[in-house]
Design a protein around this ligand. Structure first.
Ligand SMILES: Cc1ncc(COP(=O)(O)O)c(C=O)c1O
Length: 340
C-alpha cells in the first residue's frame, strides 16, 4: 500500500501565512454573531408566510414515522449589501434531487423556492441565520408507499445561527473520535441525498462522541475508509497537498466542500480527491471539517493523535478565505451570494 507521505509542496503556496494575527481574523468573522439559535417569528409554508408558532405537522405525517423528508441547511450572513444567502440555488437544486431519489414531487421549482427563501429572510430581518428548507410526506394511511397517497408539504424555516461548534472551535479546533458506527453505504440508501432518516446514523455517532467527551465523530464507511463526520465533510493536508474524498466513499458531497475545492484550485493548491483510510488521516499534518453549519473547523485531535492548527496552517487560509467570501468581502466569490 502506498501513502502520499511526502508529496512536493504546492509550488505557489508558502509554508507560513504572514499577517495572521488571530484566527479567524477579525475581518473574516462578522462583528457580532448570535450565541443562541433563536427561532424566527415567520416561516414560509406551502407557498405562504405564516406565524412560526402555529403548529402544522400532523402526528400521522408519514415522514415522522418512516423518515422520508428531504432538507437543506443554508447560511445567511450579513454583508455590506445586506443579508446574503450562500449558494442558494445549489442547495435548492440538491434538495430537489434528494426529493427525486425518494419519489417526492414538490409543487415548487428552484426559482419559486429561491424567491421564498429570500422572502422569508427579508420578512424576519435576519442577518446571521440558518435556513432550513424541508419537504416531507404528510398524513396518509399507514403505508410505505407515501408517494402514492401522502401529500407533500414544503416549508422554509429560519433561525439565528452564529458559530455552530463555538468560536473556540473555529479558532483552536475540535477533538474527534472514530465512531464505532459505520456510515451507511451508498448501496443501502442514496448517501448523497439529505434525507431526514439518514441522520439516525449521524445521531448515533454524535451521541457516542458526546458520551466519550469528544466534540464530534468521524464515521468510516463499509469499506473501512473514511466517510465523513456526523454532518460535515473531512479534509486533510499532507505535505502541502489537500485531500478529500467523494461520493464513492458514501458521503454527502457538501457545498462547502465544493467552495474549499474552488478556493484551493484558484490558489494553486494541489488537490487530490480520492478515498482515504483512517491511518492516512492520522498521518496528516492538518485535518479540518467543512459544512454549512461547521464552516471550516480545524480538528486538533483524532483518537489521541494531534494535528497542526493555528494561523500558519493551510486550513487557516481556507477558513479565512471562506469566511471572507461568504460575508461578501471577496469580489471573486460574489457569485456564491444571493443578497436579500
Ligand atoms: C453528512 C453530511 N456531510 C456533509 C455535509 C456538508 O454539506 P454542506 O457543505 O453542503 O452543508 C452535511 C451537511 O449538510 C452533512 O449532513
Amino acid at each position: 500500500m502506498s501513502y502520499p507521505d511526502s508529496p512536493p509542496m504546492s509550488p505557489s503556496i508558502p509554508t507560513e501565512w504572514p499577517n495572521f494575527e488571530g484566527m479567524p481574523e477579525d475581518d473574516a468573522l462578522t462583528a457580532s454573531r448570535p450565541r443562541g439559535q433563536k427561532l424566527a417569528p415567520w416561516i414560509w409554508w406551502d407557498g405562504e408566510i405564516r406565524d412560526s408558532n402555529t403548529p402544522h405537522v400532523h402526528y400521522y405525517a408519514n415522514a415522522l414515522h418512516y423518515g422520508v423528508a428531504v432538507f437543506e441547511g443554508i447560511r445567511c450572513y450579513p454583508t455590506a449589501q445586506g443579508p446574503a444567502l450562500v449558494r442558494l440555488k445549489d442547495h435548492l437544486e440538491r434538495m430537489l434531487i434528494s426529493a427525486r431519489l425518494y419519489g417526492m414531487k414538490l409543487p415548487f421549482d428552484v426559482d419559486a423556492l429561491a424567491r421564498a427563501a429570500i422572502e422569508v429572510t427579508r420578512r424576519n430581518g435576519t442577518q446571521n441565520g440558518y435556513l432550513r428548507p424541508l419537504a416531507y410526506f404528510g398524513a396518509g394511511p399507514i403505508d410505505l408507499k407515501p408517494k402514492r397517497e401522502c401529500p407533500v408539504h414544503v416549508f422554509i424555516a429560519l433561525r439565528e445561527l452564529g458559530t455552530f461548534l463555538g468560536e473556540d472551535a473555529l479558532r483552536n479546533g475540535i477533538r474527534v473520535m472514530t465512531s464505532s458506527w459505520r456510515r451507511f453505504h451508498h448501496s443501502m440508501m442514496p448517501a448523497g441525498a439529505k434525507a431526514s432518516g439518514h441522520y439516525a446514523n449521524s445521531v448515533l455517532a454524535a451521541h457516542e462522541a458526546m458520551e466519550h467527551g469528544f466534540d464530534d465523530a468521524i464515521l468510516l464507511n463499509q469499506d473501512g475508509n473514511v466517510a465523513c463526520a456526523t454532518g460535515h465533510n473531512v479534509f486533510y493536508v499532507k505535505g502541502g497537498v489537500l485531500f478529500t474524498n467523494d461520493e464513492t466513499s458514501s458521503i454527502v458531497p457538501g457545498i462547502t466542500r465544493d467552495c474549499i475545492l474552488s478556493i484551493a484550485r484558484g490558489n494553486g493548491v494541489q488537490v487530490q480527491v480520492r478515498s482515504f483510510t483512517r491511518e492516512e488521516l492520522m498521518r496528516a499534518d492538518e485535518v479540518f471539517l467543512t459544512g454549512t453549519a461547521a464552516e471550516v473547523t480545524p480538528v486538533r485531535e483524532l483518537d489521541g493523535v494531534s494535528f497542526s492548527t493555528g494561523k500558519k496552517t493551510l486550513g487557516a487560509f481556507f477558513q479565512r478565505t471562506y469566511l471572507r467570501a461568504v460575508t461578501g468581502k471577496s469580489p471573486e466569490y460574489q457569485g456564491w451570494l444571493t443578497t436579500t
